[in-house]
Design a protein around this ligand. Sequence first.
Ligand code: OGA
Ligand code: NI
Length: 351
Amino acid sequence: MGEVDPAFIQDPEHRPKLSIIEAEGIPSIDLSPVTLQDFISYPKSIEGVVREIGNACKEWGFFQVINHGVPLEKLQRIQAAARKLFAQPLEDKRKIRRDERNALGYFDTESTKNIRDWKEVFDFSMEDTTLVPASPDPEDKEEATWTNQWPEYPPELREACEEYTQEVEKLALKLLGLIARSLGLPENRFNSYFKDQSTRIRLNHYPPCPSPQLALGVGRHKDGGALTVLAQDEVGGLEVKRKTDGEWIRVKPTPNAYIINVGDIMQVWSNDRYESVEHRVMVDSDKERFSIPFFFNPAHYTLVKPVEELIDEQNPAKYRPYSWGKFMTHRRLSNFKKLGVDNIQIYDFRL
Ligand code: OGA
Ligand code: NI
């Protein structure tokens, strides 16, 4: 990636401002009452955490967690392996490139809303294979599998990824339970949807960009899944659209914290109580940046709809049911076939 190709250039209204707003950041929530619960029980303070999470989901759609229970050495190990992977020659990385049939592997030509993102990624799934619909066509019942593609180098990448994701999954499940409780639902209300989960983990590398005022690492978007658990490094660049005024707010890197955001599925499950919020990534002219999102996604055959306990005559369902797998495959295809229109959105299922 040298000169900025016109394919990367954002429309003027979406270009990042180089003056950054960091005031009034997203809430930071201390999970110790939850992560220490094996040793001592703190019923009172767990209630406090549930309330904080509920407020953060309502007001921001984003929050950070500290004392989250993911061992720092697991994060450091995957970060070091990611650095080594992306430092490989392009021709080696392209040996494990994802394609139309397999969404997992290396990719350097992703677009968001038809503008190229200034990044390269490596995707893998929790299980070595993920079952997905073969096509977005609602009538087509055929299934396909996505398979993890591990590079030869660095050899420790696979184990680092597997060990890291086991730990982050525990955190994601805790958060799912806390979010359920904050909605007045039983803690395990959403768990069954994750039995054959389609969770995907991404290693992101944002190289330095000669024109950070014209391009974005990832263009504005919402995450389509249930919940995202993101590790960012010390460089910073993630911006969240503040709900109160639509201003883009930089998420300041906090050492050993995870950034959590609710995705579109949680928006639908909660019948709009918790909205999935737009975010984007700025790039830097000198510094490269690495991040690792864990996209916590249910089984592909999950029919997503507002949970029954949250709807009644005063609060009718705002969405009709849709298939998560079909939604996901539809989104994915747009990376290979440039669509003239905006990609599929949950808005398309609004009643
Ligand atoms: C994403 C994303 C944020 C980041 O990959 O969906 O929003 O900081 N990434 O890399
Ligand atoms: Ni995102």
